[in-house]
Ligand binder design. Structure first.
Ligand code: ATP
Ligand code: FE2
Length: 327
């Protein structure tokens, strides 16, 4: 059984094609970018609407398949930016109607976890999902995927992008800040903001902006100290979630999981507590269609179908609202 998955929760319009054995035949994307500033929802939606046909064609070509080989269509139903989600849902309904295929709407955050299980061999991990807009610690517990901790304000990726922007490094800032951090030598104490199982970055961002503009510090040291501080915060709550659930596996996901220093710190924490650390290839960390295709297969195999009339979007759906029938 082959599924074509459509991702459109934010910047990225992605198409993934996978089969039920976990083979990835294609994972193609095109992302809306801006030179300055953040995402403009209507512009991102225009980008997706303009390119969706091309990305679908490119994925089918890469997979050397045609629509008749596709058994299921899945799409990101939630959560995300309404404008962009609507384009993905529209594309999914159109393909399902035109080619008479079953349709499944899925939750994007859960897909970040299940693609990790499919491709790394993790069995029951705690997911540290660290992307631009999202920062959540998710694990399966008591019949649902639950959020054990999360950001109280902005996502860690958006935070890193803002720090980089303040330093004049350009967008996306995460990778640029990482490059700069390699030249940092001195650790500068920064506000460490863990509240219970949650984290926050707003106060830290204000503090950093003051430090960047004070002329007293060099950006290399600030980049290094920023990473050390926020990754320690993320791993502290991840470790506590692992201890609380008695889980022995950590999986990294989301764009920030591409960061080699975060990966190194995560591996170290796991080694210290005799747990396993699973890290995906970058193409499966960032938003991607393959994870949507895989989650579509899981839900299809558990008997789920989304009727065309119900194939809408749910921008604010929480991870623990999802009924889990596929476990
Ligand atoms: P979501 O909709 O899941 O929130 P997103 O639209 O923010 O996702 P992603 O591709 O998951 O998209 O993540 C993008 C973020 O990842 C950006 O903030 C970017 O700076 C950050 N990022 C990418 N590579 C690195 C890196 N090497 N180090 C740190 N941050 C990185
Ligand atoms: Fe994501």
């Amino acid at each position: 059984m082959i599924c074509l998955g459509i991702e459109s929760t934010a910047h990225t319009f992605g198409i993934g094609i996978m089969d039920d054995k976990g083979n990835v035949f294609a994972n193609v994307k095109d992302s809306y970018t801006t030179k300055k500033g953040g995402i403009i929802p209507s512009k991102a939606a225009d980008h997706h609407a303009k390119l969706c046909g091309d990305v679908i064609k490119e994925a089918l070509d890469k997979a050397e398949l045609s629509m008749k080989d596709i058994g299921i269509i899945s799409y990101s139903m939630s959560p995300g930016i309404g404008h962009t989600l609507r384009i993905g849902a529209f594309a999914a309904r159109s393909l399902a109607l035109k080619y008479n295929k079953p349709l499944i709407g899925i939750n994007h955050c859960i897909a970040h976890l299940t693609i990790g299980e499919a491709l790394t061999g993790a069995k029951d991990p705690v997911l540290l999902y660290a992307s631009g807009a999202n920062t959540q610690i998710i694990a399966y517990e008591g019949g649902k995927y639950r959020i054990f901790g999360e950001t109280l304000d902005i996502g860690v990726g958006n935070f890193l992008d803002s720090v980089a922007r303040e330093m004049g490094l350009g967008f996306p800032g995460g990778p640029k800040l990482y490059e700069l951090s390699l030249k940092g030598k001195k650790f500068i104490e920064l506000p460490y903001s863990v509240k219970g199982m949650d984290v926050s970055f707003g106060g830290l961002l204000t503090n950093l902006k003051q430090k960047i503009n004070s002329g007293k510090y060099i950006n290399e040291d600030l980049a290094y100290s920023t990473q050390e501080t926020v990754f320690a915060m993320l791993l502290e709550v991840s470790e506590r979630a692992m201890a609380h659930c008695g889980k022995k596996e950590l999986l990294l996901g989301g764009g920030v999981a591409c960061n080699l220093r975060l990966q190194e710190m995560a591996k170290r924490m796991c080694r210290d507590r005799k747990a396993k650390c699973f890290i995906l290839e970058n193409q499966f960390n960032v938003d991607n269609g393959a994870m949507i295709a895989w989650q579509g297969i899981l839900q299809f195999n558990s008997g789920e179908r989304t009727e065309i009339k119900d194939a809408v979007i749910d921008p604010y759906q929480r991870t623990d609202e999802v009924e889990v029938n596929w476990k």
